[in-house]
Design a protein around this ligand. Structure first.
Ligand code: HGY
Ligand code: MN
Ligand code: MN
Length: 412
């Protein structure tokens, strides 16, 4: 079977999708269920229908594009990723896995390969946490990690619920029906840019992911008292932003002092009220992201943050309330799939590096319902979630080729 990836077409599709964005190029912004996201979804479905895939979406907007195999009742082979993008992002995060997955299917079609098991391309809804505060809503619901009841509780910053947003974008269907039955997929493989520097610095073209780090996120509300920036003496202040500043450094310290380089933590959101230069901040909202490949270490870092919160609250006479948004277990990739990816690399005479994923992905949740693995391609300087995110056409083609080989070996 002679497999050839049409790199020119694939790169041009990545570029075309990048123009469907709410940001000035080269940045890409595509927030879930925004008009731009809806336009991008329509564009993607048209590309899938062009090559004869049967396209459907579920009640939360996960898109499934199926190449029906000769044994249509057999559990399918899934591949895919996301096309939603955080504000001021790049054009490759998620997109390489969706359009690379589509091109892998087209390459197999062109090679004359006929799958016994159906091969299904997925585009997951809301991999990014931007709108509803929690990532991977689509794959969490597919895997039953997020129940319909809990999904209904989610609100965006305008207070709109998932159901209100669905109604507005014309998505109907029963949220309870989203969870896939056991054995729906025989295997799931996701192609993604590494979003880290290791492959590039070690000059290895493919990463075979053996595990995905355990993500957690907190929303923290700090309340002090407001007042005139000139009239209130320092001894009488309960400045919420100064308390937040101490807590932000405590979050950083909880990761730095864990004794392992795999513990990472970030405060990515800091909202200050009332936000006037001559008014003492009375309320601050922080959102913190804490991760580790090791669950116990991650939870220890979160305990450290809790302890720091309590002592800052006491010391500064402010109130600090912490809401746990998510605290997920890590994923171990299925050894048989890791081996299938390694075998595909050998077949393509490509060096590969077994490695962990520090970013989370929809694969983290797909691993709850099917043997799952990921393959990475390098991205320049490891940059991601920024406009200068870049993956070369050669690396994108190599990743797509390995994906196609792997899908063929799993679907035959
Ligand atoms: O944050 C993440 O790890 C993913 O890129 N959403
Ligand atoms: Mn991302
Ligand atoms: Mn991603």
């Amino acid at each position: 079977m002679r497999l050839e990836v049409d790199g020119t077409r694939l790169v041009s599709e990545i570029e075309a999708l990048a123009t469907i964005s709410d940001a000035e190029p080269p940045a890409v912004t595509r927030i879930v269920f925004s008009p731009t996201d809806l336009k991008a979804r329509g564009w993607l479905k048209a590309r899938c229908e062009e090559c004869g895939l049967v396209v459907r979406d579920d009640a939360i907007g996960n898109v499934f594009a199926r190449w029906t195999g000769s044994d249509p009742a057999a559990p399918a082979i899934g591949t895919g990723s996301h096309i939603d993008a955080i504000p001021n992002a790049g054009k490759y995060d998620g997109v390489v896995g969706v359009l690379g997955g589509l091109e892998a299917i087209r390459a197999l079609q062109r090679s004359g390969f006929r799958p016994r098991r159906s091969i299904e391309l997925l585009m997951f809804t809301s991999e990014e946490p931007t709108r509803f505060g929690i990532g991977c809503i689509g794959s969490r619901m597919l895997s039953g990690t997020l129940s319909a009841k809990d999904a209904r509780r989610l609100k965006d910053k305008d207070g709109a619920s998932i159901d209100e947003v669905r109604a507005k974008v014309g998505l109907d269907g029963d949220l309870e029906a989203i969870k896939l039955r056991d054995g729906y997929y025989e295997a799931f493989v996701e192609l993604h840019i590494e979003q880290g520097p290791q492959l590039e610095s070690e000059r290895i073209p493919i990463g075979v992911v053996t595990g995905i780090a355990a993500p957690a996120s907190l929303r923290i509300l700090i309340e002090g008292s407001s007042g005139h920036a000139g009239g209130v003496l320092m001894a009488d202040r309960r400045d919420a932003l100064c308390a937040a500043a101490e807590l932000i450094l405590a979050v950083e310290n909880a990761a730095r002092s864990s004794g392992a380089r795999d513990t990472v933590a970030t405060v990515g959101i800091c909202e200050v009220f009332p936000g006037a230069v001559n008014s003492i901040p009375s309320r601050v909202h922080l959102s913190a992201d804490i991760r580790d490949t090791d669950l116990k270490r991650r939870d220890r870092a979160m305990e450290q943050i809790e302890i720091a919160s309590e002592s800052i609250a006491e010391e500064r006479k402010v109130s600090i309330q912490t809401e746990l948004v998510n605290a997920d277990a890590p994923a171990e990739c299925a050894p048989a799939l890791v081996e299938a990816l390694a075998e595909a690399c050998r077949k393509q005479q490509l060096k590969f590096l077994p490695m962990v994923s520090r970013a989370y992905h929809d694969s983290l949740f797909m691993s709850r319902i099917a043997p799952t693995a990921m393959l990475f391609i390098p991205c320049r300087n490891g940059y991601s979630h920024r406009p200068d995110e870049y993956a070369s056409p050669e690396d994108i083609v190599r990743g797509t080729l390995v994906l196609a080989e792997t899908l063929a070996s799993l679907a035959k």
